[in-house]
Design a protein around this ligand. Structure first.
Ligand code: BG6
Length: 512
């Protein structure tokens, strides 16, 4: 049965998005992200007929790889990681236009070779194509790639025209304010801001986009969406996995840089921003920057706004797992945090006095990303039982993943002759209403970059504003070594300090 027959709401959603003839060049073509996300995204766009008729995929990397081998690698990546099985006919269409160019990232001659390769594609086609450069490499080579894209003329190709070149840049976008500024300045020396697409894959998630729809397409929320009715907001990005095989990266990063400064902060910005005047990229990003600028500097030190911790040994999904310090490749004296929680105060008319609590960690009880809007408790003597007043606070929670959906906790009457209350939950589940085979974040983002829509990408000033809030925390932690670093058993919801962070305002963490 067709997806639309099973889920009639899918009907009427236009799939047509017109992208101009495009060549996507992936730098870091033999890397993990390329195999896990980028190649499957391109394949699924092809499956959905969303790639332009003239679409070319070019892998670029240091290792010389024949075109045929690159295509074989791509096909096995699709088999392993795509949300859909590999359909030979669909893949044949994409693979027919897939090729590979090898060269160093700091080698100007190799970029000239790439430019000639793209010019060759245009010549065969008999028309111009837009070039989309996807930088999916370690950050150490961002600079040379950008500079060589400039020097080879690739960055400025067709500048000012609808098919001008574009660059997509993966995180980490800097490691503090200073390095983010430096990266922005290199980018701007080569590309205009409107050619730059800084990716945060959380913005490509269906449910994150649904947050905008829920907030601004429903009249019932906006009147309540402020300090008069909302007690606090909790944003949780919990992972069950540990550091895995990424010790080298993670030791340099830690939870704050890996999750909070970017993904979690995007969730905060979309939850807290004012309604934009349109869904135009600048209108949305202006509002996000405005609300980020209204966030107050964090109070550091004991009893302050930030808690950090490392997981110790524990049980996850019933299995014993080692602590962070015992993981392969981790320095046994490491001060890198695998968990952090923060209390933000937003100083504007809408939010003054409403704490925004953010937390993220590895080795938590299960994987869940959720935004919970906790409303003020209803005033009440009407339903006090035995003199005890314990109505639940209404809570609206957006479950971003997994089991995507939205739920609202209300107080209801327990059937019976007495008037007794109990919290009840209203639930909307994506999978039930729309089916579960929704596009992956990278599909949406690659497509948006192809059609010039920067709404779901981070603007340069936005990245810097966020780093401005986090850099003092990183500096402070560095000065403290392991001092103040707490511990939590793997498989738990975090350290005692995280409970104390909320406890002093009479709040407590949800267990989503
Ligand atoms: C990445 C982080 O950006 O996001 C990873 O580097 C993390 O450490 C991942 O596991 C989580 O993404 P998702 O989409 O699985 O929630």
């Amino acid at each position: 049965m067709a997806e639309t027959e099973r889920h009639p709401f899918l009907k009427g959603l236009s799939k047509h998005r017109g992208a101009p003839p495009t060549v996507i060049v992936i730098f870091g073509a033999s890397g993990d992200l390329t195999a896990r996300k980028l190649i499957p995204a391109v394949y699924n766009l092809g499956f959905d007929n969303l790639l332009p008729a003239d679409f070319f995929l070019v892998g670029y990397g240091r290792k010389p790889i024949p075109d045929e081998e690159f295509r074989t690698m791509a096909a096995s990546a699709i088999r392993e990681f795509s949300r859909r099985e590999l359909d030979p006919a669909v893949w044949a269409r994409v693979a027919a236009h897939a090729s590979y160019v090898s060269g160093g990232y700091d080698e100007k001659a190799a970029f000239d070779k790439l430019a000639a390769h793209i010019a060759g594609i245009e010549k065969t086609l008999g028309r111009d194509v837009q070039s989309l450069f996807y930088i999916s490499t370690p950050p150490s080579v961002f600079e040379p790639i950008l500079k060589n894209l400039g020097a080879s003329g690739l960055a400025g190709k067709y500048l000012g025209q609808p098919h001008q070149s574009k660059v997509i840049i993966e995180k980490p976008f800097g490691r503090d304010l200073e390095s983010a500024r430096q990266l922005n300045s290199t980018l701007r020396s080569v590309f205009a801001e409107r050619q730059v697409y800084r990716i945060d894959h959380y913005l490509g998630k269906e449910t994150v986009q649904d947050l905008l729809v829920q907030r601004f397409a429903n009249a019932i929320f906006e009147p309540l969406w402020n300090r008069n009715f909302i007690e606090s907001v909790q944003i949780t990005v919990a992972e069950e996995v540990g550091v895995g095989s990424r010790a080298g990266y993670y030791e340099q990063s830690g939870c704050l840089r890996d999750m909070l400064q970017n993904h979690t902060m995007q969730l905060l910005a979309l939850t807290a921003m004012e309604p934009p005047v349109s869904l135009d990229a600048e209108a949305v990003r202006d509002e996000k920057v405005k609300v980020l600028k209204a966030i107050q500097p964090l109070v550091l030190g004991p009893g302050g706004d930030v808690v950090r911790a490392q997981y110790g040994p524990g049980l996850v999904a019933g299995k014993p797992v080692p602590g962070y310090l015992q993981e392969a490749g981790i320095n046994p004296q490491s001060a890198t945090e695998s968990y952090a929680s923060i209390r933000f105060s937003i100083n504007n008319w809408r939010w003054q006095g409403v704490p925004f609590y953010l937390r993220s960690g590895k080795r938590m009880p299960h994987r869940v990303t959720e935004i919970a809007i906790q409303f003020k408790r209803p005033p009440g003597t009407l339903f006090a039982e035995g003199g005890r007043f314990d109505l639940a606070a209404n809570t609206l929670s957006f479950q971003i993943q997994p089991d995507e959906g939205l739920s609202l906790i209300l107080n209801g009457k327990i059937p019976g002759l007495e008037t007794r209350t109990q919290p009840v939950k209203m639930n909307f589940r994506y999978a039930t209403t729309f089916g579960s085979n929704t596009p992956e974040a990278y599909e949406r983002l690659v497509l948006d970059a192809m059609i010039d829509d920067g709404t779901l990408f981070i603007r340069g000033d936005e990245a810097e504003t966020s780093w401005g809030l986090y850099t003092p925390v990183l500096d402070y932690w560095r000065s403290q070594g392991r001092n103040g670093l707490e511990s939590y058993p793997a498989g738990s919801w975090g350290p005692p300090g995280a409970d104390a962070l909320l406890g002093k305002s009479g709040h407590s963490w949800r267990k989503p």
